[in-house]
Design a protein around this ligand. Structure first.
Ligand code: BYC
Length: 480
């Protein structure tokens, strides 16, 4: 069998020879109607009968894996796609370093591995649920199509995790697969597992910030899981990362286009002070200080997804060879971390200070540092746009102690520079740092749909190039 080629003959497209694996095939076919019910209930609101110009994976060869065509979303071919198996792959870190990578779940790590797969799986449908209302206010057909592309692929990522649960975790895997369809983002009784996935994504600036910041956590976590000694998880995550790149592209370019439109409108109107918020808003664009506040919100919510800075869970998963560091295979050390240390920002005697901690315990902190560096690169590209148009403003990531609910800084209030604030001062100044009701209402007032091919809402610039090199007036969604 050509592992790079995807078999589209059965109900469930796959490159894992599902046809020969009767038990798993049946289990997935049984799960399929529940998935479609979930998609119909919680997937994009409206537009389900519209034809959307979507990419579908036809191969897992990174050089040419997708084809583009019009598809109705419920007819999208969600499937099970793993990157090709690498001959002779080994466990690359932890106490089993150098052993053959596992093709089955090692009994002693079953619970730990299942927890990682379930948490990863839970985030995927959660994001679809969070974004389900956005189609109605899309600023263009191009953006609407990108939203739906992200949504169907998050759905596929759920399939990816459910395949692992059904194939490798027996009855409890089956139960977890069912539970993934039962939890709901933001539901007080059955919420999604991680905090950021229970927040609202009320407008398109939030959507772009989410795909920039939170999908980037997805990238970091998937990179860490792609290092796993449990080979099926590694292969699954490697292919998910191919799809994930587009999601971050959507976020980064979405925010870039908003910034560009704002700066150009200011320039045309002769406004040079970015803090003249009311004047800028009168132009029908989003002022830069409000964009900064949205970035503060989404960055801080996403930092919580890295767990506590000092974590036994993370140490155990690394030691066991289940979850590595960001691009573990490119790092140059002993890959066991039994003796080294890593600097961790901690709250010591009421002050924020660096302290060396055992490297194994500090793995969440390390992944978070890699994440922050990756975010900063993107923020630098946003600032270049502002600078090139000549507006004196610089977007900055807030301090990691700002607005935290998990880990070292969850017990304090800090401003965006990491200065600790009293509760009273935080209450007084909160709206300086985070979007206020008035900011949210203003953004909401701009969220009017634009559904003419080639037209864009006034608060966002058109993209530089179309998807699949299509021309500017291409009808990305044929709305019915
Ligand atoms: N909210 O040792 P600790 C993506 C819990 S995004 C609520 O500090 P650990 C995507 C934790 O579960 C990537 N609870 O943390 C993006 C534990 O509870 P239990 C998703 C939280 O385990 C956009 C306790 O606190 N993938 O793909 O080292 C769109 C102590 O935990 C939170 C993964 O996250 C929180 N934020 O690290 C679509 C990878 N944080 O077990 C998709 C898999 C911690 O004691 N997950 N807790 O009851 C993991 O690797 C880790 O579980 C975590 C937490 C990084 C999440």
């Amino acid at each position: 069998m050509n592992i790079a080629q995807v078999d589209y003959d059965g109900l469930i497209p796959n490159n894992v020879a599902l046809g020969k694996d009767v038990r798993v095939k049946r289990a997935l076919e049984k799960w399929h109607p529940g998935y479609l019910n979930w998609w119909n209930d919680m997937g994009p609101e409206g537009f389900q009968q519209s034809l959307v110009y979507l990419r579908t994976a036809v191969s897992v060869d990174p050089k040419g894996w997708a084809k583009f065509d019009y598809v109705r979303m419920p007819d999208y071919r969600w499937g099970v796609l793993l990157a090709p198996q690498q001959e002779g792959r080994k466990v690359n870190f932890g106490m089993h370093k150098g052993e053959e990578a596992w093709q089955e779940v090692p009994g002693e790590y079953r619970a730990m591995l299942r927890r990682l797969v379930v948490i990863q799986g839970d985030t995927e449908p959660a994001s679809v649920e969070q974004q389900r209302h956005l189609g109605k206010t899309a600023p263009s057909l191009y953006d609407m199509r990108n939203l739906f592309q992200v949504n169907v692929e998050e759905g596929r990522h759920l399939w990816a995790m459910v395949y692992l649960l059904q194939k490798y975790f027996g009855t409890d895997g089956r139960e977890e697969a069912e539970a993934l369809l039962q939890r709901r983002s933001g539901d007080p009784d059955t919420p999604r597992m991680l905090g950021a996935f229970n927040e609202k994504t009320p407008d398109w600036l939030s959507f772009f910030m989410f795909t920039f910041f939170t999908d980037r956590d997805g990238k970091m976590q998937l990179e860490a899981l792609a290092q796993s000694g449990f080979d099926p998880l590694s292969r699954t995550c490697r292919f998910m990362l191919t799809e994930e790149a587009h999601h971050m592209f959507v976020g980064e370019t979405g925010v870039t286009r908003i910034i560009q439109r704002t700066c150009e409108a200011m320039k045309d109107a002769g406004i040079s002070d970015p803090h003249e918020i009311e004047k800028v808003r009168k132009l029908g664009v989003i002022d830069l200080p409000t964009i900064q506040k949205k970035a503060n919100l989404h960055f801080s919510l996403t930092l919580d997804l890295f767990g506590s800075e000092i974590s036994t869970n993370a140490a155990n998963a690394f030691h066991a060879g289940l979850k590595g560091r960001y691009r573990e295979d490119r790092l140059k050390d002993d890959h066991q971390l039994e003796s080294g240390t890593y600097p961790v920002l901690r709250l010591i005697d009421g002050k924020i200070r660096n302290e060396d901690a055992p490297a194994l315990s500090a793995l969440n902190m390390r992944l978070r540092d890699d994440y922050v560096a990756d975010c900063n690169n993107g923020v630098g590209r946003w600032n270049k746009v502002i600078n090139d148009i000549g507006i004196p403003f610089e977007l900055k990531l807030p301090h990691v102690a700002f607005h935290r609910h998990i880990g070292e800084f969850s017990s304090i209030k800090a401003d965006v520079n990491g200065e600790i604030l009293s509760d009273a001062d935080w209450q007084k100044r909160r709206n300086e740092f985070l979007p206020s009701d008035a900011d949210r209402n203003f953004i909401e007032s701009l969220m009017k749909p634009e559904t003419q091919p080639g037209k864009f809402a006034g608060w966002i610039a058109p993209p530089k190039v179309g998807i699949d090199n299509k021309p500017g007036d291409f009808e990305y969604v044929k709305i019915v």
